[in-house]
Ligand binder design. Structure first.
Ligand code: B12
Ligand code: SF4
Ligand code: SF4
Length: 225
């Protein structure tokens, strides 16, 4: 069996061309991890995801020859699935039921905390990052424990909280119907649907990782469905 560091190196090398990055490792206590393919509980998961627009060039290229529903999920599975088989790991995907607690894993793996918008904020990438999958293993993987600085603690004025034109998102939660009604209106079509969520865009952290325009529009269209 490969050592844990060889496993991490193999994952990084296999997914680098797709812009999918290792986003941290979580080790679990007995029985605490998600179920592996053989029904036992995972001892570790390796989180996989994007930072800024890292996945967009490879995804855009792949999409030229692939059609169908949920293209980003299909693309993620096309690359993470075979790697899981090769490593005898179990693959988990964020949109597949039962929903695995990706945000809790990320909080443990990288010490991230939620922003007032609900999305986890990263000190470097700001709100511009996400998860494309995770690989579960029956052994622990040594990883440095991380405690990230939480940018919202020192954010003067918290502009994300006042930016939504219809107050659909904030400390009291995310009013999804309200957001979707606005997105479907002429005003929404001319603002958030073109340039991305105005509240998310208002955050100054990690501005250089802001998704490219095409990616912003892709995620907004997904939110409408
Ligand atoms: C269902 C879901 C939605 C639903 C409902 C969200 C809600 N209010 O519950 C809808 C479709 C509306 C949605 C929208 C978005 N989502 Co969403 N969503 C999910 C999904 C599939 C499941 C969440 C869940 O219930 N998990 C199950 C529980 C057990 O997991 P958990 O980690 O313990 O739960 C945490 C969350 O529930 C979180 N939480 C609690 N309340 C809220 C409220 C909001 C708004 C959010 C985002 C999180 C959140 O706190 C928990 C503890 O950490 C996750 C993927 C996943 N598997 O987690 C993505 C996920 C949370 N979404 C994500 C994103 C980016 C978005 C959008 C920004 C995407 C977009 N298209 O623009 C939007 C808008 C959110 C916003 N505030 O701006 C990312 C967050 C990444 C990050 N940096 O944190 C995730 C992880 C998907 C991914 N592939 O990375 N989402
Ligand atoms: S604008 Fe400020 S409070 Fe809002 S998410 Fe960004 S850093 Fe956090
Ligand atoms: S997409 Fe627009 S309407 Fe929806 S929460 Fe963001 S700013 Fe508000």
């Amino acid at each position: 069996m490969k050592g844990a560091s060889a496993v991490l190196a193999e994952i990084a090398a296999a997914l680098e061309p797709q812009g999918i990055l290792i986003r941290g490792v979580v080790n679990f206590g007995a029985g605490e991890g998600p179920l592996l393919g053989d029904g036992s509980a995972a001892k570790s998961v390796v989180l996989l995801g994007n930072a800024g627009g890292s996945i967009w060039p490879a995804f855009t290229q792949w999409r030229k020859d692939h059609d169908g529903p949920d293209p980003l999920d299909t693309w993620s599975k096309a690359f993470v699935g075979p790697l899981a088989e090769r490593l005898a790991a179990t693959a988990y995907f964020p949109s597949d039921p039962p929903w695995q607690p990706f945000q809790q894993w990320a909080m443990r793996a990288e010490g991230l905390k939620p922003s007032p918008l609900g999305i986890l904020i990263h000190p470097q990438f700001g709100l511009w990052h996400g998860y494309r999958g995770a690989l579960g293993f029956p052994f622990a993987i040594e990883a440095a424990s991380r405690k990230a600085e939480h940018p919202c603690d020192s954010c003067v004025g918290k502009p994300c909280l006042s930016a939504c034109p219809v107050d659909a998102v904030g400390l009291s939660g995310f009013d999804i119907p309200r957001c979707r009604t606005y997105l479907a209106s002429d005003a929404g079509m001319a603002t958030c649907m073109v340039s991305g969520c105005t509240a998310r865009n208002a955050c100054p952290v990690g501005a250089r990782y802001r998704y490219p325009a095409e990616q912003l529009r892709f995620h907004m269209e997904a939110l409408m469905r």
